[in-house]
Write a protein that binds this ligand. Structure first.
Ligand SMILES: NC(=O)c1ccc[n+]([C@@H]2O[C@H](COP(=O)([O-])OP(=O)(O)OC[C@H]3O[C@@H](n4cnc5c(N)ncnc54)[C@H](O)[C@@H]3O)[C@@H](O)[C@H]2O)c1
Length: 367
């Protein structure tokens, strides 16, 4: 199946299916005939998918740059190593960068493609659930800075995206759970139909039943692509994609980006955002609470590494890119499938919701 992201001159196709990545080399030979190619991957993916990388090498004659694995390597220094390879391999303005890996590889390879020769084409072949439904689509590329995540980057849309769910066969369970966060998030921003789909199918999604998972992945990508088409550079509606992320990013920062994966933090953030929507006659009318509770009850909330301290988590919320001009913004639910940006939320509301819902010792679920 194919989704078209319509962004005028920056439009691109997203191909989705099981086993489709095997078709990429012939697509490349057709579309990019004669153009040099660099594949960027990481050590874990390279070890698991060496035969596929060998095929890319043989069929495309590409150079392969292998990154060390982990968010802690998502730095200017590691990124600069990709540029070293592109330059020393004599790639040029017509060359193509192929990102084969999760969100870390995709963000770094994309940012290298954005900067090399002032911008060359790049292709995303995401290999984690999170990168399939979220980071490979939309053109945000970045590296981290010691003072914060993704602080150095650029908008640079890929020229095609290949979502091959076969890669998920080797994905560790914990990484799956992190990916579910960005999928479940779509229930709260992607319209009534997506809300109902998640409510009715969440157990099958959590069991990763292939047909339901593929359906859910496609729906999430459509929702993300639709939002990106309306607001490519996050001037408005794209902010909705940050549902659950104000709390989530603050938790990640509190734990020093260790011990809690991004998606795991977002799962806790989703619970807090829904509860904040209910707080004090807030944004979510009572008539919808039961349906929202049905979704929350299915979330695979992970245990936290230690007891979180609200004051420090709250301070971290202000350091996040989501805070603007010193004011906190939350994306809060208003109806099934619909959310809105809400400013001016009082500290006591945030504190009460956090202290009631972010339980250190009693995760509701861990699978
Ligand atoms: N650009 C965006 O719009 C956007 C959106 C969301 C997140 N992000 C970024 O994405 C990153 C997180 O992405 P992620 O969750 O994919 O993490 P990741 O890239 O670190 O991958 C998670 C782990 O899974 C391993 N892995 C990858 N594919 C595998 C496979 N098929 N089988 C087995 N193991 C595999 C990786 O080596 C890694 O150890 C963060 O840096 C975040 O900032 C970017």
């Amino acid at each position: 199946m194919q989704i078209h992201v319509d962004l005028g001159p920056r439009s691109y196709p997203i191909y989705i299916g099981s086993g489709i990545a095997s078709g990429f080399p012939s697509y490349y030979q057709d579309k990019y005939k004669g153009r040099k190619c660099a594949v960027v991957t990481n050590a874990t993916v390279a070890a698991l998918y060496q035969p596929y990388i060998d095929t890319l090498k043989n069929d495309l004659g590409c150079v392969v740059h292998t990154l060390p694995d982990g968010e802690k390597y998502k730095t200017v220094e590691t990124w600069s190593g990709i540029l070293d390879t592109l330059i020393s391999s004599r790639l040029d303005r017509t060359s193509v960068v192929v990102a084969l890996g999760g969100g870390v590889v995709g963000d770094m390879a994309g940012f290298a493609a954005a900067c090399f020769m002032r911008g060359v084409d790049y292709v995303q072949i995401p290999t984690t659930l999170l990168s399939m439904v979220d980071s490979s689509v939309g053109g945000k590329t970045a590296v981290d800075h010691p003072l914060g995540k993704n602080l150095v980057g650029a908008f640079h849309q890929p020229s095609s995206v290949w979502v091959d769910t076969k890669f998920l066969d080797t994905l560790p369970r914990r990484e799956f759970v992190a990916g579910y966060a960005e999928m479940f998030k779509c229930a709260f921003i992607g319209g009534r139909e997506m809300f109902s789909f998640i409510m009715d199918n969440k157990e099958a999604v959590l069991r990763s039943e292939p047909a339901v998972l593929l359906d859910c992945i496609e729906r999430c990508i459509r929702i993300k692509a639709g939002i990106v088409m309306q607001d490519e550079r996050e001037g408005g509606v794209r902010a909705l994609l940050n549902f659950g992320h104000t709390f989530g990013h603050a938790l990640e920062q509190f734990y020093g980006f260790e011990g809690l994966l991004h998606g795991e933090a977002v799962l806790w953030g989703i619970v807090c955002a829904v509860e904040l929507g209910k707080w004090g006659g807030g944004t979510l009318p009572r008539e919808h609470w039961a349906e929202f509770d049905r979704i929350l009850d299915g979330l695979p909330l992970p245990p936290l590494p230690s007891a979180p301290d609200f004051d420090r988590v709250y301070a971290a919320m202000f350091a996040d890119k989501k805070a603007e001009l010193g004011k906190l913004r939350f994306i809060l639910p208003c109806a099934p499938g619909e959310s809105a940006v809400k400013g001016g939320v009082e500290e006591n509301a945030v504190r009460e919701i956090f202290e009631k819902n972010v339980a250190w010792l009693l995760p509701r679920y861990y699978i």
